[in-house]
Design a protein around this ligand. Structure first.
Ligand code: G
Ligand code: G
Ligand code: MN
Ligand code: NA
Length: 255
């Protein structure tokens, strides 16, 4: 259809229609910036802004996942490399990666090259893999993740709590952190059972010494409750919305 043709053109003609936003991740205890998640956006000259939930399924159907992940990773790392000096020490850049890209040899190589070319620390790059994409072949995923860990990057399980798998994934995969999904947090605010489930998940992650990011924090009440659970890293509209890269530098960078 029209969107498919337009998307093919973005890659074929190398038009500058994709761009990146970044959403801050903050420490609950002092509000300090600890990282940021890159989020892709698409502005088409005639169709205007098309949101990821609309175009990512088409990217998938067209077999362009790896091309998109490469675009985000290379543009994100080029920006990060150029701005590192201006940003606080030790903050982590999080990048969403499609599950099918994770085990690709070319991606491993491109990532390694980009890390080297940009002179960034691998341990400050985090790849986010969404939980709901993981349902079988855990062995393959485990091996792909192990290779990436050897490169030194961090691995986060995104949208955690939305899939069917949960506990086995957490024990088996070489993850450094999990991102608790926004829907779980919203449910926790509505009934006691969901609240108990959320705190149990947090406890389980803490026992496994996984980093935890609570996603989709929209209110002060949620923020306070998360802090009482001992969650250190939060991300959500209550703190900061996804913003242009330049705005991020203005907010958190030094000149
Ligand atoms: O940013 P937004 O809320 O519109 O994101 C919607 C969905 O698109 C989320 O599931 C998010 O993980 C995904 N997404 C956003 N940016 C990227 C990206 O750069 N790469 C990939 N693979 N997925 C992304
Ligand atoms: O699937 P993933 O977690 O990567 O998706 C992240 C998306 O969630 C971002 O694109 C962002 O637009 C959206 N998001 C971030 N914080 C909030 C929030 O507090 N509320 C809502 N509704 N969406 C959020
Ligand atoms: Mn994410
Ligand atoms: Na998520």
């Amino acid at each position: 259809r029209e969107l498919s043709d337009a998307l093919r053109e973005v890659f074929d003609a190398n038009t500058e229609q994709f761009y990146l936003l970044i959403q801050p991740q903050l420490d609950t205890r002092d509000g300090r910036l600890v990282g940021g998640e890159l989020l892709i956006r698409w502005r088409h000259p005639r169709l205007g802004e098309v949101m990821p939930n609309e175009f990512l399924p088409i990217i998938d159907a067209l077999g362009l996942n790896a091309a998109l992940d490469r675009w985000v990773m290379e543009h994100g790392l080029a920006w990060w490399g150029a701005q590192r000096e201006r940003l606080p020490d030790g903050i982590v850049l999080a990048i969403n990666i499609t599950l099918s890209t994770l085990g690709r040899d070319d991606f491993l190589e491109q990532l390694g090259n980009a890390i080297e070319a940009q002179g960034v620390e691998a341990s400050l790059i985090e790849l986010e893999i969404t939980e709901h994409a993981i349902f079988h072949d855990l062995g393959d995923i485990e091996r792909a993740m192990a290779r990436l860990r050897r490169l030194g990057v961090r691995l986060a399980l995104d949208d955690f709590g939305t899939g069917h798998t949960a506990f086995q994934l957490l024990q088996r995969l070489p993850l450094t952190s999990v991102k608790l999904d926004r829907e779980l947090l919203q449910a926790a605010g509505q009934h006691g059972r969901a609240l108990d489930a959320y705190s149990a998940l947090v406890g389980f992650c803490q026992t496994l010494r996984l980093g935890i990011v609570a996603e989709g924090v929209e209110t002060q009440e949620e923020a306070q409750w998360l802090m009482s659970l001992g969650i250190e890293v939060v991300q959500g509209y209550y703190f900061a919305r996804p913003m242009p890269l330049d705005t991020f530098l203005e907010c958190y960078g030094s000149v």
